[in-house]
Design a protein around this ligand. Sequence first.
Ligand code: 13P
Length: 241
Amino acid sequence: MKKYIVGNWKMNASQSFVQRWAKTFSELFVPLEGQECIVCPPLPYIACLSASLPDAVRVGAQNVCEAPDGAFTGEVSARMLKDCDVDHVIIGHSERRSIYGESNELIASKVVAAQKEGLTVILCIGETLEQRDDVEKVLASQLDHSIPEGIVLDKLIIAYEPVWAIGTGQVASLEDIEKSHKFITDYVMKKFQVRLPLLYGGSVKPGNAADILNCDGVDGVLVGGASLDPQDFHKIYSASV
Ligand code: 13P
């Protein structure tokens, strides 16, 4: 299985940041066999970032509306993303779940909308600090309820992001990552008879990326803070070989 190195800039950037980031990253970037590099900036910068990066670096979105079009002020549809040459979208990030109250059911309808337009979904799941004693129950419930009926499995990537490890510098131990990844992989295999790409996210940095990427069952990383530094993000991209 190939490795996915995905950057999630969250709500950070400016026009000049995008230009500087793209210039530095493009100078460093050499496509590596068996690896996919995807960067997800805030929506207004998708076109500008996409135009400034080599074709091998894909630009993705951080969210999508569950509806196809119409009176949904402030929302962006999957068709619009596709029209802007986006082919990956993050759905169900813990910040969407906790800050914007997105339920598993809403997330499942966003997955349907995205896949209807041919987008590949990076579906985030993960337990909060309070749920740490019940990790498997939480993950199973998120998998059961965020993945809709009729899912297109070859356009689905799962990202396991323990919420307590996001932006805290507190990375999960390699044993915990392997344990949760094995649980998710087995659960998905039992349910869908397929091995889906499974990424880890939560305080991934250049210094720990190689160890994480070498864990059993880790097919890539979803990187927040460290993806804002093009040199750090490139180090993470290169750490996977
Ligand atoms: P950090 O890498 O900043 O912990 O963020 C992880 C994340 O939320 C990626 O989606």
